[in-house]
Structures are given as C-alpha cells and as structure tokens.
Write a protein that binds this ligand. Structure first.
Ligand SMILES: CC(C)(COP(=O)(O)OP(=O)(O)OC[C@H]1O[C@@H](n2cnc3c(N)ncnc32)[C@H](O)[C@@H]1OP(=O)(O)O)[C@@H](O)C(=O)NCCC(=O)NCCS
Length: 158
C-alpha cells in the first residue's frame, strides 16, 4: 500500500470508485457519474489529489479544492475522500486523510472544511477521528432521488 499523488492515468480507477456513490447514494450531490476525462480535468483544479494504491489497485482517493473564491478564503480548503466500498474499514481513508492534511499544512493552508450529506455516520465519525469538529448543519440544501437532504459541516485547523 502506498499513498502517492494522483496522475491522469489514475482517472479511470477514480471514476470507477466514485460512480456508485453518485448513481446510488446522496453522499455526492452529483447525479451523473463523471467520466475519466472529467476526473482528470478536476485534478488540474485541485490543490492536492492523492490516491492509495494497494497491490496495483487504486483503493481510494482524497483531495483538496479551494473552498470559496474570495481572496480572504485562500488559506482554507475543502477536503473530500472516497474509498472503494469493498475496502471500507481497513484504514485506507485514515492513511489518505492523514497524508493529505499533513501535506496541506506543509503547503501553508490553515483550515480544512468538509461538507457531509446527512445522515452519514461513517463519514462524520471518520472526520471526528481525524480531528474535525462540528460546525453546523445546513438544513434542506440538497434535493436528490425525490428527497431533501441536510449537509453537516465540519472543520479542522491544519
Ligand atoms: C468515510 C470513509 C472515507 C472512511 O474510510 P475508511 O477507509 O472506511 O475508514 P478507516 O478504516 O480509515 O477508519 C478511520 C476511522 O473512521 C471511523 N470509521 C470508519 N468507518 C466507520 C463506521 N462504519 N462507523 C463509524 N466510524 C467509522 C473510525 O473512527 C475509524 O477509526 P478506527 O479505525 O480507529 O476505528 C469511507 O467509508 C467511504 O469512502 N465512505 C463512502 C464515501 C463517503 O462517505 N465519503 C465521505 C464524503 S463526505
């Protein structure tokens, strides 16, 4: 297992990991799974994008993007993590996030924020275990599968 920067050659594996969360759940508020070319394009706009590779397979990924565009927000990032469902609970997410957060701190970013569709106890507990604290809940901000969803926001100093 190794954590390394993502390259465009990883985009297909990343798209495959992400697709079921888009198609079958409200964890992502997207409704059409992006293809590999779109993932590669998104990589270019990210501050940092890491993958976990185990025995030649990409098992998960984590990345940081600008949170908001106004200049005063430039030290704040939004972080995201997805692990292939068959790999959950094996420490992949923790490895990815620990490395992502460490590298973001070294790059000079100061605060990480994460938005989580509720309910998602797995992700809330995951973020808590990595030092994120609760900020608050935006009620009824997402509508998918004919259902309204709240998002919980968490943050952590880097
Ligand atoms: C949330 C997610 C990234 C966690 O990754 P993971 O590799 O399964 O988690 P890890 O094995 O590294 O666990 C790290 C910590 O997260 C917490 N955690 C993980 N799974 C959990 C679960 N099912 N219930 C409660 N806490 C859980 C625990 O605190 C755990 O610490 P421990 O190992 O000391 O118990 C992963 O489950 C995932 O991809 N879920 C679907 C996509 C998603 O929700 N992404 C986040 C979008 S906001």
């Amino acid at each position: 297992m190794s954590i390394r920067p993502a390259t465009p050659a990883d985009a297909r594996s990343i798209a495959e990991i992400y697709a079921p969360y888009v198609a079958d759940t409200a964890i992502s508020f997207e409704e059409t799974p992006p293809d590999a070319a779109e993932i590669a394009r998104r990589m270019e706009g990210a501050h940092l994008w890491l993958v976990d590779e185990t025995d030649g397979d990409i098992t998960g990924y984590a990345y940081a993007t600008p949170w908001r565009s106004r200049h005063a927000y430039r030290f704040t990032v939004e972080t995201t993590v997805y692990v292939a469902s068959e790999q959950h609970g094996r420490g992949v997410g923790r490895r990815l996030y620990e490395e992502l957060l460490a590298q973001l701190g070294a790059l000079g970013f100061v605060t990480a924020v994460a938005g989580i569709t509720l309910p998602n106890e797995q992700s809330v507990e995951f973020h808590r275990s990595l030092g994120f604290g609760d900020v608050g809940t935006f009620p009824k901000v997402g509508y998918k599968f004919d259902t309204w969803y709240d998002t919980g926001w968490m943050s952590r100093e880097l």
